[in-house]
Every structure is written in C-alpha cells, then in structure tokens.
Design a protein around this ligand. Sequence first.
Ligand SMILES: Cc1ncc(COP(=O)(O)O)c(C=O)c1O
Length: 370
Amino acid sequence: MDGFVPVSRPRIWGDEKLNLCQAIDGGWISSRGPFLDEFEDRFAEKIGIRYAVAASSGTAAVHLALSVLDLDKNDEVIVPDFTMISPVLAVLACGAIPVPVDADETWNMDVEGIKRAITDRTQAIVVVHTYGHPAKIDRIMEIARRNNLRVIEDAAEALGARVSGQPVGSFGDLAIFSFYANKVLTTGEGGMVVTNDLELCERVRSKRNLCFGADEETRFIHGDIGFNYRMTNLQAAVGLAQLQHLDEAVAAKIAIAGEYTARLRDFPGITIPPDSDWGPNVYWVYGILIEDEFGLDRKTIQAELKRNGIETRRFFHPLHRQPIIPKAGIREEFPKSGRISERGMYLPSFIGMGSSTIERVVDCLTGLRG
Ligand SMILES: Cc1ncc(COP(=O)(O)O)c(C=O)c1O
C-alpha cells in the first residue's frame, strides 16, 4: 500500500522560518511586534476592509466579534443549523439564544429560513460560509438592514471566496477568519476579526487584551469584560509569509477540486459539492454526499478508505441535535441540514497533493461500489 493520505496538511511556503528567526532574534516573541502590525494591515488590505485585529484562534475571534454586540439574556441570534460549533458556542457564551435555520442547496443558511426566524428578540445573524462556498450574503445583508440586525460573517472556511466579485468577510458589520493548521492560510493556531467600523474595532482590540485602561493612571482599572485572546508576533510572522501565497493557495485548492469533480461528477451515488456563478466555491475542503444509490453507507466507506490509508472526515453534526442547544431556539424542521450531515464526508485535499494521489483516492472510493 502507498503512503498514508491525510485529509489535510499545512502548506509551508518557505519564508515562514525566515520571519520566525527574525522575530526571535529581535526579541519580539509575545503579543506585540512588527509582524503583528504588518500582518493585520496586509490582511485588512487583502479583504478590502479598514481594520483587522489578530486573535489567538478563530474561536477567540468569533467570541470577540459576538461580545461587542452587547447581547442580553434571551436575545436571539440566528445561526446556521449546519455549522462548525465555534460561532454557536460564542452566542451561548454571550448569554444569548442561538436560533438555527436549515441549509439551502449551497449547504449554507437558507434565506427564507432566516426571514422566518426573525422575532422582536432577534439581534444579529451569524452567517457561516461553509466549506469554501459563500452564503448568499448580499441578500442576507438586505434582510438584516431592513430589520435592523447586526451581521457577523464567519469566513473561517472561505478565505479567498467572493460574492459577485466582493471578498467574503467584507459584507458584515464584523467578520472573522481562522488560521488553524487545516486552513488555506495558517499560523498554527490563530484568527482575525475584521470590520470597517472604528468603534467596533477599538472595542474588539480592548476585549482581546483584558480591557486594560488606556494609560498608566487607568491601566489596571477594567471597565468591561475582556479576555486574553492575543495573537503572538511569532504566529503573525508565519501568517505574513503565508499571506503572500494566499492566491496561489486558493488556486491550488480549486485545482484539486477540479480534478475530483471531473472524476466524480457523474458517478452514481455521489453528490459533488455545490458551486455557483455568483459565489464560486474555493473548496477549503472537498465534501461529497453519499447517496443510497452508492450501495454502501458513509461509515463503511470511511472505514474502507481508512483501511487503504486514506483519511476522510465526516460532516458536522447539526445544531438541532446538539445537547447544548436550548430548546427555545428550535422552531422548525431541518430536513436539508439533517441530510447533509448524515451523508457528508470530505476527501483529502491538501495543497501539494498531486494528481496521482487524487487518482488513488478516487479509484479507491469508486472501486467500493459493487
Ligand atoms: C466556521 C468556523 N468558525 C470558527 C472556527 C474556529 O476556528 P479555530 O479552529 O481557529 O478556533 C472554525 C474552525 O474550523 C470554523 O470552521
């Protein structure tokens, strides 16, 4: 058997080490330093937004973003039913009630579902751009503006994606990204909050650093709840080197997906990931659905691939089945998100994965069908 094929593997481009050595030699190893400022500035530029605040993780970033909305107990925040849990934990940590809505054909929040979920207690919508395919953020922004709701974009899985040519992360009042090792841009652990609103930016900055007072007199007087969610200059040193290759990284993901799609598009029993003209998929992961027609269930397929040295990952568990979600927010059925979550899994798609490895994965997968 050939070597093990992981679902993901970080791509190190080369300059990361150089930058890291420079940071260490300069003594800037903690949460201040030249790489941090530059990483924030260059990242904001890349998204086309005024301010960026680096954080210790994507989870920290989304908690920071939610925490400046001043949510009260019993306030409601609309979230996708089909999502990674971090943005929802952030809503819960702020004391608010997450109200899930079902998925649409792009595996993102359904726009009509959002409209139905709005009540007089709704304060905000958290829009997650799932697995590299953008949500219908332009339409969601219209609904939010009409109803005076704040929007947080969670673009952790979709860095590099655009809607009608505009980068995701530049639509909402605030947006967040993750730089965990499986992301297209990694700092090991890390995240970013971006916004065009100076006041929100300053509040995020303050909360990231324990809400210290602004000067020597007031330094240890804390007017609000804050956290230590700071990114280090070492992480930023890696991030800045990675940022220079972001376009290349996104193109590589799209190319891998293209090879998978060419082989799997017409294969019976497999549904390939969504794509659209208005918001092309950047394929952070290559997710497929296993339909009954395949003749084997997902669990068996995953086990067989694993036996052949190929790692896969199943899709997120839907929110309405999570033990931690308050029943008060569950008001609808979630047929689409339930289906996606029961049938979905993603295939290896790390940058640098060659065509022969893609072939090996496809051959092994398609060979399982009797
Ligand atoms: C949609 C979404 N939000 C937030 C996060 C959290 O990011 P991190 O793992 O950096 O904490 C992730 C992580 O994959 C994610 O997929």
